[in-house]
Design a protein around this ligand. Structure first.
Ligand code: C2O
Ligand code: CU
Length: 483
């Protein structure tokens, strides 16, 4: 009797609490797992399935090759209206050449560096093989002064893209190194004009030349280098003739070091048909679109007949004052054009991912400048407290869905650009973003949190950085490895 009493005592006081404890802990572990998105009720496979077919994973290298020579050199070039500036150029022109391909064609660029410093070329937004991505120390060695390098690839997507150096960007882009690559879709027809607007800004010194002080304390502590003169295709006032009935395709590219533009098309009808090269899934009003450094927007532009004989100004209204960019002279009405614009056939509905926890968070922050190669910067720009190149890469597996969070903990603007992949903005400060298009660059406002979703398809080591050239050079870059 005594023994069985002791046994019951042991069961109630000792063993049961242990079992309860174990069950309780197990529940805790389970809770922790569910709050970790990997095992939440979010159907990740469903998100991937919704993505399938959004854009091609691979492309065969084409034997139909568009070949071109490209030389970067220093000299005096017409950069602002007729005014010559001492700068850098591709093939002696600012903006640099516009290379046009038809989807399916390959491009081969025989590049020579005649600059007094090393350089590389990055093809912004084009899903190139990793070795063609132009990131020094990651995908290739810097191309030294006097050396050559051949870039060759077959673009997988039709659209508006551009190229620029990835070495000393704050100096090389500001001095005029950028060019355009247009990949035409033979199925999109009927535009009366297909125009490219290369938008840049300039900061000149008292002699009227490009201010040679790069990466100043002020620029580093603020939103990078913003100039006081804005040009479209090297002109302070670009002009365009448009007759009611006609439809123009305007491909607008922001090649500025750091300046953002907010587009205002006045009384014209401006519909966004592509963003960052890729067709949108729903056409939207392009007025008010923020064009951050690196961004492109393709606009279907038309004028109604009651504007006949008038001049409409297209301007940038990002800052406190509106800056005119171009004058559109509206002519006599003519027969309506029949334009065929395609929207994206497949665009995933990822709204289920809005409430999901991010897989990775990238905190954007600044710190007091540290010593780098014997020099101290006034400020370091960091991603998760790391400064490039002392960074820990993030590894993503191709073909899987990821939610990445960009948390801007600073009071500055950061246009965050991811190489080699497109992403969808899911939420801004937790609210559904409703952006029915892909991007390769998103402007993150001070103290804002932007959640993006993506399914990586292209393998390699891809740079992920702030496109404000000054911030990137002050360390705001990391790597995303896709395996
Ligand atoms: Cu257009 Cu890494 O940049
Ligand atoms: Cu930045």
């Amino acid at each position: 009797m005594k023994n069985s009493k002791i046994l019951i005592f042991i069961i109630f006081i000792v063993i049961l609490p242990i079992i309860w404890g174990a069950l309780y802990l197990k529940g805790k572990v389970k809770q922790a797992q569910t709050s970790n998105s990997h095992s939440s009720n979010i159907d990740r496979q469903g998100l991937v399935q919704a993505f399938e077919g959004s854009y091609p994973k691979t492309v065969e290298a084409s034997s139909d090759v568009v070949e071109t020579d490209l030389i970067a050199s220093e000299g005096f070039f017409k950069a602002i209206d007729e005014k010559e500036l001492k700068g850098f150029s591709y093939n002696g022109q600012i903006p640099g050449p516009e290379i046009r391909l038809i989807l399916g064609q390959a491009v081969k660029i025989n590049f020579t560096n005649d600059l007094p410093q090393p350089t590389t070329i990055h093809f912004h937004g084009i899903r190139v093989p990793n070795a063609m991505d132009g990131v020094p120390g990651v995908t290739q060695e810097p191309i030294q002064s006097g050396e050559s390098f051949t870039y060759e690839f077959t673009p997988k997507d039709a659209g508006t893209f551009w190229f620029h150096p990835h070495v000393r960007g704050s100096e090389q882009l500001e001095k005029g190194l950028y060019g355009i690559i247009i990949v035409e879709d033979p199925e999109e027809i009927g535009f009366s004009q297909d125009l490219v607007w290369v938008v840049d800004d300039w900061r000149l010194d008292e002699t009227g030349q490009i201010d040679p002080n790069f990466n100043t304390m002020h620029d580093l502590m603020h939103d990078g280098r913003w100039g006081s003169i804005v040009t479209v295709n090297g002109k302070t006032t670009e002009t365009l003739n448009l007759n009611p009935g006609q439809v123009a395709r305007l491909r607008i590219v922001n090649v500025s070091n750091a300046r953002d533009y907010r587009l205002n098309f006045g009384r014209l009808t401006a519909e966004a048909i592509a963003v960052d090269g890729m067709r949108v899934s729903e056409v939207f009003n392009a007025n008010g679109f923020d064009l951050a450094p690196g961004n492109r927007i393709d606009v279907k532009l038309s004028a109604s007949s009651h504007l006949s004989g008038q001049t409409v100004t297209i301007s940038d209204i990002f800052g406190r004052i509106s800056v005119p960019m171009a004058q559109v002279l509206v002519g006599e009405p003519q027969v309506e054009e029949n334009v065929i614009v395609k929207t994206a056939d497949i665009f995933p509905d990822w709204s289920a991912a809005v409430s999901m926890n991010p897989d990775y968070t990238f905190n954007l922050n600044a710190g007091r400048g540290m010593m780098h190669r014997g020099q101290r910067r006034p400020i370091d720009w960091m991603i998760n407290n790391e400064m490039y190149p002392e960074i820990t890469p993030t590894t993503l597996h191709h073909g899987q869905f990821y939610k990445l969070r960009i948390k801007n903990e600073s009071a500055r603007l950061h246009p965050m650009h991811l190489h080699g992949q497109f992403f969808q903005v899911l939420a801004i400060d937790g609210q559904p973003a409703n952006q029915k298009y892909w991007r390769d660059t998103v402007l993150v406002y001070p103290n804002q949190t932007v959640d993006i979703g993506l399914v990586p398809t292209d393998e390699g080591d891809w740079a992920y950085h702030c496109h404000s050239q000054e911030h990137a050079e002050a360390g705001m870059m990391t790597l995303i490895k896709v395996d």
